[in-house]
Structures are given as C-alpha cells and as structure tokens.
Design a protein around this ligand. Sequence first.
Ligand SMILES: CC(C)(COP(=O)(O)OP(=O)(O)OC[C@H]1O[C@@H](n2cnc3c(N)ncnc32)[C@H](O)[C@@H]1OP(=O)(O)O)[C@@H](O)C(=O)NCCC(=O)NCCS
Length: 183
Amino acid sequence: MSGPDSVRTQSASVPTIRPAAIGDVPYMHELIESHSRVGNLLPRPMSELYRHLRDFFVIEIDGKVAAIGALEIFTEDLGEVRSLVVAERYGRKGLGSLLVRRIIGEAGRIGLRRLMALTYAPAFFHRLGFRTVPIDTLPEKVWNVCLKCYKYQNCDETAVVLQLEHHNMPSRGAQDEPDNLAT
Ligand SMILES: CC(C)(COP(=O)(O)OP(=O)(O)OC[C@H]1O[C@@H](n2cnc3c(N)ncnc32)[C@H](O)[C@@H]1OP(=O)(O)O)[C@@H](O)C(=O)NCCC(=O)NCCS
C-alpha cells in the first residue's frame, strides 16, 4: 500500500524517529546548506541550530540520519514546520511525510492550534491536510522571520496551514501527572 502512511525503504531497514542530539548538528547544517544554496530553504548558521536543537526531530536509517525537520513555535496559536529536509538518496520513500506527521503529533500534544509551512513543495503538504493561505494571514511568521529574509520583497514560496484537531488528541491521563512528590 502506498500513501502518506507508508514508508518505502530497502529490505529490513526500519526508519526510527528521535529528537535531534548535539552530535547531529554538523550534518543537519550540511543538509540545510545543500538546499539553501539552491534556494529551497533559508540558511541557518550552526549557532542557530544549536540554539534551536530541541525543535528538531531526525529520522535514522541503519544508524544514519536520513531526514530532519523542526517544530518552531511562534505563539500559543501557531507553530511552523521548519528546515524539513530528506537526504537525496532517501527521497520519495515516505520519510518526509513520516516526519511531518510526527511534528503534527507533537504540535497537537503541546496544544498548538495551527501549524504552518512556507514551501516550494505545496503539493507535498496538501497531501498531509495543509491548505494554501495568503502569507499575510500569518503575521507571526512575517514579523519574526520573513522581515529578516533576503527574499522578503519578492518571496515566491507558498504558505500552507493545517488546523489541528484537538478532539483527536489523546487527553491528559494519569500517566501524564507529575510524580507524587509527597515526602
Ligand atoms: C519536500 C520533501 C521534504 C519531501 O520529502 P519526501 O520524503 O521525498 O516526501 P514523501 O516521500 O513523503 O512524499 C509523499 C508525496 O508528496 C509529494 N511530494 C514529495 N516531494 C514533493 C515535492 N518536492 N514537490 C511536490 N510534491 C512532492 C508526492 O506526491 C509524494 O508522493 P509520490 O512519491 O508517491 O509521488 C523533500 O523533497 C525535501 O527534502 N525537499 C527539499 C527541502 C524542502 O523543500 N523542504 C520543504 C520546505 S518546508
């Protein structure tokens, strides 16, 4: 079966998703650089990646990082899928979708209401439920990021948004309660 839920990798190689670790940063930087050079993504210096490390998830296959993507939070209402890159040799195998679904899950878990992306691949996001919106409906992004971007005056990326459905999210359960701290 093919579709947003399936991942097509070689033989027994099973992709695993985990939070990014310090040691991933040089390769994360390399992946982002390779796409920022051709204008697909905004460049991000290593120092910024260290500062935002806890935003990132990575997918590993056979011990190697195959894809990276971040959830950046602007406000109580809005977060962004940022710096999403699948390494070229792993492209079109479902890893990008897997990572975005993980980011959607995380955004829902922490209570965000909307998730956005600014992209040259809107069709990829549409398959995952995002819809295209005018960028000026996302002032949080414009004020925090776009104003500092060298493409600001002639941005040709498409803004997409996903409304998160909290009624589908797991409710807080006993396992989420803090440990009993009684002495
Ligand atoms: C966009 C990107 C993350 C997609 O990752 P991926 O793992 O190749 O995507 P998936 O295999 O999950 O794709 C699922 C479907 O989305 C669509 N899709 C994937 N990449 C696409 C692209 N670049 N443009 C348009 N549609 C795309 C296809 O319909 C694909 O299904 P198919 O392979 O059966 O045709 C990847 O191409 C990438 O890293 N691009 C460069 C960086 C970038 O543009 N990042 C997004 C900025 S927010």
